[in-house]
Design a binder for this molecule. Structure first.
Ligand code: R5P
Length: 293
């Protein structure tokens, strides 16, 4: 068993040298099967290699979150403007019209509510049901350093195995406990563990310092998690820096659906992700669209 990495040698991430992607447009996906690649190409736009996912799965542990009280009224109309939707099977089956052709990233872990220890999750969706719902990817929370770290990693490897059996990619979400430090060192560790153990893409948080070392040291695409609601300009700035720092897209929830103008915000984020729009330009897009409404 190797000891902890205490080498004094400076680590080399070569942030300025993108990893080659032979065989497919997405990092680390060149050797996957056709079905897996096809599903990834539905989530990530093949022209830009990026995605804007709308995360609305919050209710699986925190109930009717602000902005998600009535998904039928507030969120379903937004869905056509996202590249992919991350949600639970309960909301999919009860509230989302099957005529929606957007790729679904299905939340497959759960257990504790916000009243309990959140890392104590188990898998919550069987692969046969994921297939029945025609999902494009399956996803779960991974609690590196959390109280139930091993269980959540085991959930992940089980989900990866199930996904590989049927050509469905798995996305790991690196969850951070309340008292844990959110820095590049932590997210490098968490993202790399998830990739090494087999997921096809990772959702993680943006950190202002050394974010590009997280994307450079992770051999699969990273999408940026949104986090708590920020002012629109600040959220667009965060998305911009994540994309310029090597993220392959965003998976944002509260910063979209808690905005005063969610559709305008989604379109502004999309311009940052797919067109490399600067935060200032994107904010102008947001303001223009908001005022048109
Ligand atoms: C993580 O806890 C879940 O996936 C969330 O429900 C969701 O991803 C959070 O999105 P946001 O932080 O952008 O509101």
């Amino acid at each position: 068993m190797p000891e902890a990495d205490t080498s004094k040698k400076q680590k080399q991430y070569h942030e300025d040298v993108p990893m080659e992607t032979p065989g497919f447009f997405l990092k680390g996906a060149g050797n996957l099967d056709w079905g897996m690649k096809n599903r990834l190409a539905r989530i990530f736009n093949p022209d830009t290699g990026r995605t804007v996912m709308l995360a609305i799965d919050h209710g699986y542990f925190q109930g009717p979150t602000t902005g998600l009280e009535r998904i039928d009224l507030n969120i379903v109309p937004l869905m056509p403007h996202a590249d992919a939707i991350m949600l639970t099977r309960g909301i999919l089956r009860t509230t989302v019209p099957p005529s929606l052709t957007k790729p679904i990233v299905m939340r497959c872990s759960g257990g504790p509510s916000i009243l309990k220890e959140l890392s104590n999750e188990q898998l919550s969706v069987d692969i046969e049901d994921a297939i029945r719902m025609n999902v494009a990817a399956i996803t779960l929370q991974v609690f590196i350093g959390g109280e139930h770290e091993t269980r959540s990693i085991h959930n992940m490897t089980k989900l990866v195995d199930m996904g590989l059996r049927y050509g469905i990619p798995t996305m790991a979400v690196t969850a951070v406990g309340k008292d844990m430090v959110r820095d590049a060192k932590y997210f490098r560790l968490a993202c790399r563990i998830c990739a090494e153990l087999g997921v096809q893409f990772v959702k993680t948080y943006y950190v202002p310092e050394d974010f590009e070392t997280i994307t450079a040291s992770c051999p699969v695409p990273i999408v940026m998690a949104g986090g708590k609601k920020l002012a629109e300009f600040d959220a667009l700035t965060m998305a911009y820096h994540a994309i310029q720092g090597g993220a392959s897209g965003v998976d944002m929830g509260r910063n979209i659906f808690q905005s005063d103008a969610p559709e305008a915000m989604m379109k502004a984020v999309s311009s940052v992700v797919h067109q490399n729009t600067t935060p200032k330009e994107a904010y102008e897009i947001f303001e223009t669209l908001k005022n048109q409404k």
